[in-house]
Unconditional design. Structure first.
Length: 287
């Protein structure tokens, strides 16, 4: 069970979507995620905390650091100054609370407040600087609560975006391109065993939990021709669980890269050798 609070979740969904669909504007961020051979160390074989979870986590982490910019802090300090004699306004605005603190509160994750942190150093919020904010986040990291928060947000964002097959396709194309790029250099020895040849991952059995999740997401229907597979699907039949970006095109063994197809579409798609999915979804009811 996932206890989803949807606090800022859609905001993060949108950031993730922007990075994936306008990757040309985020080359630095993307390079930090998968460039210079890093993709090799992000690889996992059907981990429940998938490569997409890792990616979302990476983006959320980046956003929290961005929100703690100098300009953002100065704006908060200005608010504190303007409203310091109006307790009601201070209670609502809570200028001294950093965005990460508000998120932790919302998720009921116990932590030290920024004000208490400053108090211990005999500093007032109004006179602190960005280094204090980073230092504070650093202490949150040390206690593990920062990572706990980011991991939880990543699960919530995954919960929402997993429905969006086009986004899955975009993410996997991006990762496949990274893997293709790295294939030009030597594969690190410790992960050689998961490759069949440079840049191409070995085919592995798709775990039951992946099949179940994909089957329910795609409502037991072929995503391309809408054929009802619920009565006929044979869970032993691997053919129906298709890699959106084929392994031969540097696709990943990751739940984000799997969709439900009927046998015919699967064979047809294999011949086409390209990443194919559909924008059609079973709606909650017919219009
Ligand atoms: Zn089909």
């Amino acid at each position: 069970m996932l206890e989803a609070k949807f606090y800022d979740t859609y905001h993060f969904c949108n950031v993730v979507k922007n990075v994936l669909y306008h990757s040309e504007n985020y080359l630095g961020v993307l390079n930090d995620f998968h460039g210079d051979g890093r993709i090799y160390y992000r690889l996992s074989t059907f981990n429940k905390y998938s490569i997409l979870h890792e990616f979302i986590e990476f983006i959320v982490h980046d956003v929290y650091y961005d929100q703690s910019s100098e300009a953002a802090l100065e704006k908060k300090q200005k608010n504190q100054e303007v409203y310091q004699d109006i307790p009601i306004a201070l209670n609502i605005l809570r200028p001294s609370a950093l965005p990460i603190e508000l998120a932790l509160e919302h998720h009921n994750m116990p932590h030290q407040s920024f004000e208490d942190f400053l108090d211990k150093q005999n500093k007032k919020f109004i006179e602190c600087d960005i280094d204090d904010a980073y230092e504070f986040i650093h202490t949150l990291r040390e206690t593990g609560v920062f990572h706990e928060l980011i991991e939880h947000i990543s699960k919530e964002v995954f919960h929402v975006v997993f429905q969006n097959r086009d986004l899955m396709k975009n993410f996997n194309i991006l990762m496949a391109n990274a893997l293709e790029h790295e294939a030009r250099s030597e594969t690190p020895n410790e992960i050689k065993k998961i490759f069949s040849r440079p840049g191409i991952l070995k085919r592995v059995a798709i775990p039951v939990w992946v099949r179940r999740a994909v089957f329910f997401r795609d409502r037991g229907r072929c995503v391309l021709c809408d054929k009802d597979l619920s009565g006929q699907v044979n869970l032993e039949n691997k053919e129906n669980y298709d890699h959106i970006v084929p392994l031969a095109m540097h696709g990943l063994n990751d739940i984000s890269n799997i969709q439900l197809l009927c046998k015919e579409c699967n064979q047809h798609e294999k011949r086409a050798k390209e990443a194919v999915t559909s924008d059609n979804y079973q709606s909650w009811y017919t219009y």
